[in-house]
Ligand binder design. Structure first.
Ligand SMILES: [Mg+2]
Length: 401
C-alpha cells in the first residue's frame, strides 16, 4: 500500500454550549461551562483521506500552536506516526519545556494521524493499538445533587462523580446516601491552589469513610511534595494527572507510586502515541487509567474510548451525560453507543467520527478562560478569591447529613 502524504492541516475552533448538568458554577462565566472551547484539527492527505483530532490545553492558544507546527508535517508520510510525534516535539524545543499547549497541539495532530491510518487500513484505531481487551467500557457521569445521581443510576450508570471546591465532603455524603452501596462514587477536589496539605489529609480521611473508587486531585498538580506526604498519611485510592501535559508531565505520579489511577487528558497527553505509553507505565506500577474528558469535546472522547478498548488496565471512561445538545451535532449525530452504563466499542474504521465543519463554524470562539465561581461561604465576599474557600475549611467539619 502506498502511504498517504500530508497535504494540508486545518483548525476548527468553537465555543461550546453549557453543560447539561448544573452545579458547575455560573453558566456564563465558569471556566467549565461559559468559557468552554473545543479545538478540532483536520489533517488532509493525497490519498483523499482526512484525519480528525482534538486538542485541549487552552484550545484558543493551541490553535495558534497547531498552525505554527503545520509546515513540520506537510509532505510527510502520514503512516509514520511515532516519527512525526518526535518531529513535532523537537520542533518545539526552542520554546522551553513542553507543557499543555505544546502537548495539546501534538495530541490533536497525533490523533488525526491514527485516524488516517485506521481509515486507510479499514480498521478501528483500537485494532491498531493491539486489538480489543473488552467489548464494552464502563462509564461514569457527574452529579451535583442526589436527584441528579439517582437519575444517572436510573439511566444505567453504575458509577457517579461529584465534588467541587465548595463543601465536597457534605456533597459526597449526600450522593453516597442517594445511590447506596451498589454504585461506585468518585469525588473530584479539582486541586485548587488554596487546598493545602492538612486540609487535603482531613478531607481524604472523611471521604475514605464513603469507600470511594477514588479521590481525585486532592492537591494542586504543582504540589508534588504534597502528594508524597498525602500518600503516606491516607489510604484512600488517589487519582490525578488531568492537568499535566504529555508523557513526561503525567509519568512522575507513577514513578513514585503517588496515585492509584492516572487521568491523562486525551486532548493534551500527547495523543494516542503518548496515552498508550502512559498506560504501559501505569501497568508497570499496577495503576489503572481513567482518561480525563470532562472539558473535552466528542472527538477526544472517542480517542479515549479507543485507548480504553485496547489497554489491559482501563478503569473507567468519564462522560458528560447529559451535555449540551450541540455536542452530538459536532460529529453529525455519531455518539458513543451506551448499554447498561457501558459504551460499546466503535466499529467504523479509524476514530469513527467526522466533523460537521459548518456547525462548528457557526459557533465561533468568544472567550476561553474564566474564574471558578460560586460556592463561597457567606460573608467572605470581601476576601480575595484565594482566601474565600478557606473560610471555613471546605466544610470539613460539617456534621454528617
Ligand atoms: Mg478532575
Amino acid at each position: 500500500m502506498k502511504s498517504p502524504k500530508i497535504t494540508a492541516i486545518r483548525t476548527h475552533l468553537m465555543q461550546a454550549g453549557p453543560l447539561g448538568v448544573s452545579g458547575w458554577g455560573d453558566v456564563k462565566t465558569s471556566i467549565t461551562t461559559g468559557t468552554r472551547n473545543w479545538l478540532f484539527v483536520t489533517v488532509e492527505t493525497d490519498a483523499g483521506i482526512t484525519g480528525l483530532g482534538e486538542g485541549s490545553g487552552w484550545p484558543r492558544v493551541v490553535e495558534a500552536a497547531v498552525s505554527d507546527l503545520a509546515h513540520i508535517l506537510i509532505g510527510q508520510d502520514a503512516f509514520d506516526i511515532e516519527r512525526l510525534s518526535q518531529r513535532l516535539t523537537v520542533a518545539m524545543m526552542g520554546h522551553g519545556m513542553n507543557g499543555v499547549v505544546g502537548q495539546g497541539a501534538i495530541a490533536a495532530l497525533d490523533t488525526a494521524l491514527w485516524d488516517i491510518k485506521g481509515q486507510a487500513l479499514g480498521v478501528p484505531i483500537w485494532q491498531l493499538l493491539g486489538g480489543k481487551m473488552r467489548d464494552r467500557i464502563r462509564c461514569y457521569t457527574h452529579a451535583s445533587t442526589p436527584e441528579q445521581a439517582k437519575d444517572a443510576v436510573a439511566r444505567g450508570y453504575t458509577a457517579i462523580k461529584t465534588g467541587g471546591v465548595a463543601n465536597p465532603v457534605a456533597k459526597a455524603r449526600e450522593i453516597r446516601a442517594a445511590i447506596g452501596e451498589e454504585a461506585d462514587l468518585m469525588i473530584d477536589l479539582h486541586g485548587p491552589p488554596w487546598l493545602n496539605l492538612p486540609d487535603a489529609i482531613e478531607i481524604c480521611r472523611e471521604l475514605g469513610k464513603l469507600k470511594p473508587l477514588f479521590v481525585e486531585e486532592p492537591l494542586a498538580p504543582e504540589n508534588m511534595e504534597g502528594y508524597r506526604a498525602l500518600r503516606r498519611a491516607v489510604d484512600v485510592p488517589l487519582a490525578a494527572g488531568e492537568r499535566h501535559g504529555g508523557l513526561h508531565g503525567v509519568a512522575p505520579l507513577l514513578f513514585e507510586n503517588l496515585v492509584d489511577v492516572i487521568q491523562p487528558d486525551s486532548g493534551r497527553a500527547g495523543g494516542l502515541t503518548g496515552l498508550r505509553k502512559l498506560a504501559g507505565l501505569a501497568e508497570a506500577r499496577f495503576a489503572t487509567v481513567a482518561p480525563h474528558s470532562g472539558s473535552l469535546g466528542p472527538v477526544a472522547e472517542f480517542a479515549a474510548i479507543h485507548l480504553l478498548a485496547a489497554i489491559p488496565n482501563a478503569l473507567i471512561l468519564e462522560r458528560m451525560d447529559p451535555d449540551w445538545p450541540g455536542r452530538a451535532q459536532v460529529t453529525r449525530g455519531v455518539v458513543p453507543v451506551m448499554q447498561e452504563g457501558h459504551v460499546l466499542l466503535p466499529t467504523a474504521p479509524g476514530l469513527g467520527v467526522t466533523l460537521d465543519e459548518a456547525f462548528v463554524a457557526a459557533s465561533p470562539s468568544v472567550r476561553n478562560c474564566g474564574l471558578p465561581s460560586g460556592g463561597w461561604p457567606k460573608g467572605t465576599e470581601g476576601a480575595t478569591l484565594y482566601n474565600q474557600p478557606r473560610t471555613p475549611r471546605m466544610g470539613i467539619a460539617q456534621k454528617e447529613a
